[in-house]
Design a protein around this ligand. Structure first.
Ligand SMILES: NC(=O)c1ccc[n+]([C@@H]2O[C@H](COP(=O)([O-])OP(=O)(O)OC[C@H]3O[C@@H](n4cnc5c(N)ncnc54)[C@H](O)[C@@H]3O)[C@@H](O)[C@H]2O)c1
Ligand SMILES: O=c1ccn([C@@H]2O[C@H](COP(=O)(O)OP(=O)(O)O[C@H]3O[C@H](CO)[C@H](O)[C@H](O)[C@H]3O)[C@@H](O)[C@H]2O)c(=O)[nH]1
Length: 337
């Protein structure tokens, strides 16, 4: 019996996926170059191949050694402003590297492939929930680099008989409820992580990037989705393919938004810390409001989120941040005493 390949499995979302699959008794192999990931997020019994998804020889050897027929592709570069400053990095790591990975998967006979895409493929205007059929007009190189991979995958699925799933994530947040993994990078730019770090005194403030948006309180609105519900959607999609389901593209969000001010207020309430908040100009490329229409995901896969609550998401993110502050043991760390 082969293993499921999880690329980027040592990263934030990928490590949750690895645990989700392992909890269900699935065999997994991780391919990760550890550029932003951390091997300590992985259970010791999950094989980790340190390599680049764009390295065809490395991928081919991994697929062969572990008899892979299903791949979940999380590896990539994810910071929108960085993609504006260095677009070629994004086209290399998200588009070209994915092309090589897909080619190696087809050559090996991989049957099912799920790709981590993003709401950043949409050119969002207004505050209506965005469906999968909304215009695709990525406002950043990050979104464009992901959309190109979506298109390659659709073309290859049609020509090679691959079952391809594209999941467009909205704003992924929170941590494993058992705190086995979470968001690790100290220099992360994501709002909830930044607010939790400010509550712990690791940042001197939270800046609100724009308070003059046409939203109820003037700040940006996002559809935050708990990482555990997100990885559940992947597991359901895999089951859908195993049962003969067709290739599909699905939004992953709850269908309701929270503003920057709401996130900050909730973080202050949960932590009990009144950290400093200042106003700053709008961040280039930010939309006012990005909320998913996720009916297709709910109906097709019977996705029933279990953590659809801002306090639950921020609470787990905050507890995880406390755990990080106290030090993250490696899987091989010796027990105390
Ligand atoms: N975090 C979000 O809110 C969000 C939203 C939409 C989409 N996504 C997508 O989800 C995926 C995972 O994001 P994340 O938040 O876990 O980020 P992350 O940076 O924590 O994880 C990415 C992982 O991929 C690895 N990696 C990067 N390039 C690689 C390469 N060429 N070869 C092998 N490994 C490589 C990194 O070391 C890291 O472990 C990404 O594809 C991202 O675009 C994330
Ligand atoms: O310190 C901060 C950080 C963020 N924000 C604001 O908070 C909201 C959320 O920002 P994040 O940086 O947390 O997330 P983004 O919406 O920019 O982007 C995220 O979601 C996108 C999809 O919607 C992409 O997938 C992208 O990869 C992922 O980082 C935005 O209005 C942003 O302007 C602040 O005000 N201050």
């Amino acid at each position: 019996m082969g293993r499921i390949l999880v690329t980027g499995g040592a990263g934030y979302i990928g490590s949750h996926m690895v645990l989700r699959l392992r909890d269900a008794g699935e065999a997994v192999v991780v391919l990760d170059d550890l550029s932003t990931g951390d091997a300590r997020l992985l259970p010791g019994d999950v094989p980790l191949i340190r390599g680049d998804v764009g390295d065809t020889a490395c991928v081919a050897a991994c697929l062969k050694e572990h008899d892979v027929s299903e791949a979940l592709h999380f590896a990539g570069s994810i910071i929108v402003p960085e993609s504006v400053a260095d677009p070629l990095k994004y086209y290399r790591n998200n588009t070209c590297a994915s092309r090589n990975l897909i080619e190696a998967c087809i050559a090996h006979g991989v049957e099912r492939f799920i790709f981590s895409s993003t709401a950043a493929v949409y050119g969002v205007e207004g505050d209506a929930p965005v469906s999968e059929d909304a215009p695709l007009a990525p406002p950043s190189p990050y979104g464009a680099s992901k959309l190109m991979t979506e298109r390659m995958l659709a073309d290859v699925a049609a020509s090679a008989g691959l079952r391809a799933g594209v999941l467009r994530y909205f704003n992924v947040a929170g941590a494993d409820p058992d705190l086995r993994t979470g968001h690790c990078k100290p220099d992360a730019t994501h709002l909830i992580k930044v607010a939790c770090q400010a509550a712990l005194g690791q940042r001197d403030r939270v800046e609100i990037f724009g308070a003059d948006y046409p939203t109820p309180d003037g700040t940006g609105v996002r559809d935050y989705v708990h990482v555990s519900d997100l990885v559940d959607a992947h597991a359901l999609l895999l089951d859908h393919f195993r049962a003969g389901g067709e290739s599909v593209t699905l939004n992953c969000g709850y269908g309701r938004g929270a503003s920057v001010r709401e996130v900050i207020a909730e973080t202050k309430r949960l932590s009990g810390i009144d950290f400093k908040v200042t106003q700053a100009p709008r961040r280039p490329g930010d939309a006012a409001s990005v909320v998913a229409d996720s009916r297709r995901l709910r109906e097709l896969l019977d996705w029933q989120p279990r953590h659809d609550d801002l306090a639950v998401m921020i609470g787990s993110a905050y507890r995880w941040e406390c755990r990080l502050r106290d030090g993250l043991p490696g899987p091989e760390a010796a027990p105390a005493g």
